[in-house]
Ligand binder design. Structure first.
Ligand code: CXF
Ligand code: ZN
Length: 389
């Protein structure tokens, strides 16, 4: 008998009632509620979340009081799930497939997706919108009073079911442990990709990482995989060095105790004229300036990954730029093309090259999501994975 969820008639699909952690007000505990998740529209898929992890951007948008903040919203964007149903015109995945959601689209069809040089899809360009990417002003979530709940980063994984555009899911091998695979949905891909794809770190390079949170540690993992010989970690918290060593950090600079030197001076001295690659993983424009000031003239690259306050500007001296020939680059999702590069990273995990286990410091039940938020806020976890059901 034909399964009308995977092919043919989609009209019989019904809304699903399930649990979600709703962010009703900035900075307030998420509220576990029953919600309704509408069926997928054309080019969309509805998935059942297996597990979701917390990323720092969830905290950023949970705290944010000004636009693009909006409430009530279903946060969460690092997850893994199983396709429950598909909308019209979806041929890439079928019901039962295991998928990773990604906040960046990979339509595979636009000029940017077709170019090996970019991961910035122009069919569905990245923006922080409260809606479905292909349908402006359209949400698939409502609360039990019939009020709209907003989407987040094209994923909204703090719900037992969610709807995504098919350009935002990657089919993966279902035998990979979900609590590890889900890390490639955002954080680890962002950091590892920044070293591997954006910077293209080579064997023997010297790398400096500003900020040893989960993204900085993922950059270290990427730099280690690329064969960097010196990986210098910069942070204001001295306990980060011990953590960093597990991720291949070879030297540590505490930027709080550089005496009267700027951290860039210290790095320039340590490296004899600057590092090959500097990564800014904090989201501070003054730290981007410091990073740029200590990458090597001629070939140094500075890569920004950190998210600064809306409207912040980076100030660089124009003759420094002209005379020194350095590169400054931004990197969203590590420059990775989700559909082709995530499967490659998963292969490297399965062959024990890419180490994912060390990122998972906590595993909890979805119901305990507010405790998990507190762990991340206090800097007590790298990744906390929340299991549904
Ligand atoms: C971020 C990157 C900048 C915008 C919001 C999402 N990445 C993932 O956490
Ligand atoms: Zn993230």
């Amino acid at each position: 008998m034909e399964n009308n969820k995977s092919s043919g008639d989609k009209s019989s699909l019904k809304p699903i009632r399930c649990k979600a952690a709703v962010c009703r007000k900035a900075g307030e505990p998420l509220v576990m509620e029953e919600i309704l998740v509408a069926p997928p529209q054309p080019h969309e898929v509805r998935i059942r979340i297996i597990c979701t992890a917390l990323c720092h951007s969830d905290i950023t948008f949970w705290k944010l009081q000004v636009p693009p903040a909006c409430f009530p919203r279903i946060l969460g964007h690092e997850a893994i799930g199983v396709v429950e149903s598909v909308g019209e015109s979806v041929t890439e995945v079928v019901v039962g497939d295991t998928v990773l959601p990604t906040f960046m689209a990979d339509c595979g069809d636009c000029v940017d997706c077709k170019s090996p040089k970019s991961n910035l899809c122009s069919r569905l360009p990245f923006k922080v919108s409260p809606w479905m990417p292909r349908y402006e002003n359209s949400s698939r979530f409502t609360d039990l009073n019939g009020n709209t709940l907003f989407h987040f980063l094209n994923v909204s994984s703090f719900s037992e079911y969610t709807v995504l555009d098919v350009a935002h899911v990657v089919k993966i091998d279902s035998s990979i442990p979900p609590s590890r695979a889900c890390l490639l949905s955002c954080g680890v891909s962002t950091g590892v990709g920044a070293a591997w794809k954006t910077a293209q770190v080579e064997q023997g390079s010297t790398v400096v990482i500003f900020g040893l949170g989960s993204i900085g540690l993922a950059v270290a993992e990427g730099a280690r995989l690329c064969g960097a010989s010196r990986i210098i970690g910069v942070d204001i918290n001295p306990t980060k060095f011990e953590v960093g060593q597990k991720f291949g950090i070879t030297e540590f600079v505490n930027s709080m105790t550089c005496e009267n030197k700027r951290v860039s001076e210290v790095i320039n001295e340590m490296t004899g004229g600057g590092a090959d690659y500097c990564f800014e993983c904090v989201g501070s424009s003054s730290l981007v300036q410091e990073a740029y000031a200590c990458c090597r003239k001629g070939w140094g690259k500075t890569i920004t990954l950190g998210v600064d306050k809306p409207g912040s500007e980076i100030c660089l001296n124009s003759s420094d730029v002209l005379h020194n020939g350095k590169t400054l680059m931004g990197s969203l999702f590590g420059g990775l093309k989700a559909k082709s590069h995530i499967p490659l990273l998963l292969k490297r995990y399965m062959s024990k090259e890419l180490e994912l286990d060390k990122f998972v410091t906590h595993e909890m039940k979805f119901e305990d999501i507010n405790d998990a938020f507190q762990l991340l806020l206090d800097g007590r976890c790298i990744r906390c994975v929340l299991w549904m059901g």
